[in-house]
Design a protein around this ligand. Structure first.
Ligand code: ATP
Length: 251
């Protein structure tokens, strides 16, 4: 597969802190236009992987390509073309939602209408409200609007359902589907397994920094020795618990 066909390509990626490898020999490919769910228990290494892809962190070893570019040497080009919802983001308490989105539009040199993007994420009534007055769910919706600026070729979303009520969860799922329909690749981490099951083309399960399973829901079901109608949660528990038992400890 050439770089043109791949949104993300990771080869032998390792991140080590002291003696502890939090991401270990990770190989991962996300195709153009694909929706890929990146799952794993708390501390599995999902945010670290995302941090490496976006050059927030530097790997110990391994190579990466994001939209054909090396994030270590071409970070500006990568960030221009990727819509990012990080796990932790800082909002300006004294700036409105509109100002936040406008800032991203300006940075990316785009022409999006901030109000339209905010309406899309359900913040139509809070366009000119300061982010300092926002609830956690409203902050998450604003961060998503910022990620959507410029119709990015790739969306990297770290826990996009975090803090959202059921309406918000459904909205994010619909937005992910719409973005995929437009042709964007979407790589997102999540613990909301029912939603992952509904929107992802492929799913990767990370455990203790290693990819322990990858494939379509059907392929994961077949590989996990679970019943035929097993849910994503059944598969997740089976795959990640088994590994803990094998290893004997849960770091
Ligand atoms: N700066 C650091 N120094 C040492 N260890 C770190 C550092 N940053 C992260 N870790 C460890 O790396 C591991 C992976 O963390 P990471 O945040 O990537 O997990 P995650 O899969 O995103 O978890 P969660 O689902 O809880 O968000 C954890 O054990 C964490 O304690």
């Amino acid at each position: 597969m050439t770089d043109v066909d791949t949104a993300i390509n990771v080869d032998g990626l390792t991140k080590q802190y002291g003696d502890v490898r939090v991401v270990e020999s990770l190989n991962l490919t996300v195709k153009q236009g694909e929706t890929y769910g990146f799952l794993g228990p708390n501390g599995a290494g999902k945010s670290t992987t995302i941090g490496l892809l976006l050059d927030y962190l530097r790997p110990t070893s391994g190579t990466m390509r994001v939209l054909g570019r090396d994030p270590r040497t071409e970070v500006v080009e990568v960030h221009e073309r990727v819509g990012i919802l990080p796990d932790r983001y800082g909002l300006y308490t004294d700036r409105s939602a509109r100002q936040h989105v406008a800032l991203v539009v300006e940075t990316k040199g785009g022409s999006d209408d901030p109000k339209a993007l905010l309406e899309r994420v359900g913040l139509g009534d809070a366009v000119d409200q300061n982010a300092g007055t926002f609830s956690a769910g409203m902050e998450q919706r604003l961060a998503l609007a910022m990620a959507l600026v410029g119709e990015p070729e790739l969306l990297i979303l770290d826990e996009p359902f975090s803090g959202l009520d059921p309406h918000g969860v459904r909205l994010v799922r619909e937005i992910v589907a719409e973005e995929a329909e437009r042709g964007a690749a979407i790589f997102f981490s999540s613990h909301v397994l029912g939603q992952v099951e509904l929107v992802c083309d492929r799913i990767g399960i990370l455990h203790n920094g290693r990819l322990v399973a990858e494939g379509t829901l059907r392929e994961l079901r077949d590989g996990a020795e679970v019943v035929a109608d097993a849910t994503m949660e059944d598969i997740f528990v089976e795959l990640t618990d088994a590994r803990v038992d094998e290893g004997g400890d849960k770091r």
